[in-house]
Design a protein around this ligand. Structure first.
Ligand code: ZN
Length: 428
């Protein structure tokens, strides 16, 4: 037999079962198929790779990615490929590539400009056509973001949907699923997901379940109201009869670390009662998101323009301050990951405590000024988790590894800032 690639002398872990024994074997590849596994000493190949001392496994699935824009900017996905990821699940935390209509479309323009993406689209069919044209180094799967759906219909309004709104959202959801989205994701700390009540999500999740798709959630709280947030996810699962996946399960903030036992109990009990429930987690004790996630939810209402107005208004600022966390530790443990302006580039990779010390400013004043200067576009890393809890979560049989990161490359338009290392190293 002659094949394209022959991988010799490796230890094969085929992923068929979690307790399957590793197998010393050779592996033949022809085209895009594995054609033989075993002792292949009689096989010849265009290219032979000696894998002695290495494991040979199927490509890994990154179950929690945020690459909808970076892949369109640069399809090489080096940060993922170099650690063995060949498939990404995108569209997490309520934010997906589509649908993008009206205010949802407007709100994303800066993201597209940041990565020099010239193309524009409204729905998944158009987006997938662009991705295909671009060519990707990884397989791409996506969820439909509830944030996209809600903002496309209702903008960033902090109110309940009316009948007509609900109808519009259901239509967009159906269109997303029919175009290939594999489920519904929510981001219940971000605008506009933060304004959605449980009943709204249940209605959308019911529709999602009808198509055999899943529900994933960046929950409403990962700290103070963590248990209530897990209860909400479980309730959505039972009432919508849908499979539930909790995104980046964690206990955030020192005082909340003790809650993990109860969290795991809630998940296990729901599982015993028949709910199909799982979660993902990245192997780090620091998270990363937009810096403005530290602001109270009402500040985002109406979209970016209104958020900026509120931050610039000194009276409103005082009101915001009262509702923000006050502990010095909380802010001292934040690192700036990315900014847009050249003026503030020096802050990337530095801790708040050092930056504020250098500038002689309080943390809160610094946050307001930086968000205004950067037009809200500040990425931050939050050191808030506990290593023992991390290990405990990763050990659970229902936990999958997910980077919570976008695919970036070592050079080019996606190689910017000092992003969280999980985009390049997330397997132990
Ligand atoms: Zn998230």
């Amino acid at each position: 037999m002659h094949c394209d690639y022959l991988i010799k002398n490796g230890t094969v872990i085929d992923g068929s079962a979690h307790d399957a024994e590793p197998l010393k074997a050779d592996l033949a590849v022809k085209g895009d198929r594995i054609t033989a596994v075993g002792n292949l000493s009689n096989v010849t190949a265009e290219k032979v790779l000696d894998a002695k001392g290495y494991f040979v496994c199927p490509g890994f699935i990154d179950t929690h990615a945020h690459s909808e824009f970076t892949l369109l900017a640069d399809g090489r996905a080096e940060g993922k490929i170099c650690q063995g990821v060949t498939t990404e699940i995108n569209g997490n935390c309520g934010l997906s590539a589509a649908p993008l209509y009206s205010q949802a479309f407007e709100q994303r323009q800066k993201d597209l400009e940041e990565f020099n993406i010239k193309e524009r689209w409204n729905n998944f069919s158009e987006y997938f056509a662009l991705l295909k044209k671009r060519g990707l180094a990884v397989n791409f799967m996506t969820l439909a973001g509830h944030g996209n759906i809600r903002a496309s219909v209702m903008g960033y309004a902090g109110r309940k949907p009316q009948k007509q709104d609900m109808k519009g959202m259901l239509e967009l959801l159906r269109d997303a699923i029919n175009s290939g989205a594999g489920g519904l994701s929510t981001g219940l700390i971000y605008p506009p997901g933060v304004y959605a009540e449980t009943e709204e999500i249940i209605e959308l999740a019911k529709e999602t379940a009808l198509h055999g798709c899943i529900y994933t959630s960046h929950m409403r709280s990962e700290g103070d109201m963590l248990l209530e947030a897990v209860e909400e996810a479980v309730r959505i699962g039972f009432e919508s009869k849908i499979r539930v996946h909790i995104s980046h399960l964690k206990t955030s903030g020192g005082k909340k670390w003790g809650k993990l036992t109860d969290v795991l109990k809630l998940i296990e009990e729901a599982g015993l009662k028949g709910l199909k429930i799982s979660c993902d987690r990245y192997p780090y004790t620091a998270g990363s998101t937009d810096l403005d996630a530290v602001l109270p939810a009402w500040v985002y209402e109406g979209g970016r323009g209104e958020e900026m107005e509120r931050l610039k208004n000194s009276e409103v600022r005082e009101k915001i301050k009262k509702e923000m966390p006050h502990s010095k530790d909380y802010y001292g443990n934040i690192t700036i990951a990315s900014v847009d302006s050249d003026k503030n580039k020096w802050m990337e990779g530095k801790r708040f405590s050092d930056i504020c010390g250098a500038l002689g400013k309080s943390s809160l004043e610094f946050i307001f000024e930086l968000l205004i200067e950067e037009d809200l576009r500040v990425g931050a890393i939050f050191f808030s988790m506990n290593e023992d809890n991390l290990k405990n979560i990763l050990k659970q049989p229902y936990t999958m590894i997910g980077s919570d990161s976008s695919a970036r490359c070592f050079n080019g338009v996606t190689a910017k800032g000092k992003p969280h290392p999980r985009g390049f190293f997330f397997f132990f």
